[in-house]
Design a protein around this ligand. Structure first.
Ligand SMILES: [Ca+2]
Ligand SMILES: [Ca+2]
Length: 263
């Protein structure tokens, strides 16, 4: 009986020793590192912060391309100095840096697209921020008349909205007229003015250029009052289609003239 117990103890001791012998050459340095990390400052991941990009006008194929910098809104790394975002960086700072990238840079199709902005530091630590890229359909706005006489007594100016080739899958007949606005963006920035109530908003070829358009009218007196002097004015027309997606015109230039009082 005593011999059996001794044997069991001997085997147990041998196993225990064996375990120690196996682990000691490789485990000891790792344990040493683990001990050190409790006193050595630990690198922290960067912090990605993204901004929505809601007014990106698509090209003829309704495609938009963005860069990480455009989607960035104050991303920083706790270990990297930045005069405003991180004036007192955490240790370690030496060699600290981070870069920004996007999960996708090209977006096709009118509407909202989700994208992730990824911040990666020099040790490969990352964080992501999710944001929205809104592809807006490009519209062409033909303003009539193209010269606005400050003394004219007409009631309206007319804008013929065209969507070249309908490549975004939307056309003049899809415009939600209640959302359409005109705005002066140069030399002043005006309010966004809505379509004059009760006016016709025909779909056809109102300006006779062979391209289907939507005619919308705006109050002339209000527009005349925006300009105290003769100038070239730049208009922007924007709005939504009936499915809620957005369109926006390129800049439409109009001359504002004042021939003086008539005799
Ligand atoms: Ca870092
Ligand atoms: Ca037309």
């Amino acid at each position: 009986m005593a011999r059996q117990q001794s044997a069991v103890i001997a085997v147990g001791l041998a196993l225990a020793l064996g375990a120690c012998a196996d682990s000691s050459p490789t485990e000891a340095p790792r344990l040493g590192l683990a001990a050190n990390t409790s006193v050595t400052p630990v690198n922290a991941p960067p912090v990605a912060q993204a901004v929505p990009l809601l007014h990106r006008i698509g090209d003829a194929l309704c495609t938009v391309t963005i860069t990480p910098a455009e989607a960035d809104e104050g991303s920083f790394d706790p270990n990297v100095f930045h005069p405003s975002l991180n004036p007192t960086p955490a240790e370690p700072t030496e060699g600290g840096s981070f870069v920004l990238s996007l999960s996708q840079t090209t977006f096709t199709g009118v509407g909202d697209h989700t994208v992730e902005l990824i911040a990666t530091d020099q040790d490969g630590l990352t964080s992501t921020a999710t944001t929205t890229v809104r592809v807006v359909a490009p519209a062409v706005a033909d303003v009539s008349p193209s010269t606005i006489n400050k003394r004219a007594r007409g009631q309206y100016i007319t804008v013929f909205l065209e969507f070249a080739g309908s490549t975004c899958g939307r056309g003049p007949e899809d415009v939600d007229v209640s959302t359409v606005t005109i705005q002066v963006i140069d030399p002043v920035t005006s309010i966004k003015m809505q379509v004059a109530p009760g006016t016709a908003t025909d779909v056809g070829d109102g300006n006779g250029n062979g391209v289907l358009d939507r005619a919308v009218k705006f109050d002339l007196a209000t527009i005349q009052s925006m300009f105290p002097f003769e100038t070239q004015a730049i208009f922007r027309i924007e709005g939504r289609f009936i499915d809620g997606t957005h369109f926006q015109s390129g800049d439409a230039a109009v001359q504002v003239i004042d021939p003086g009082p008539t005799s």
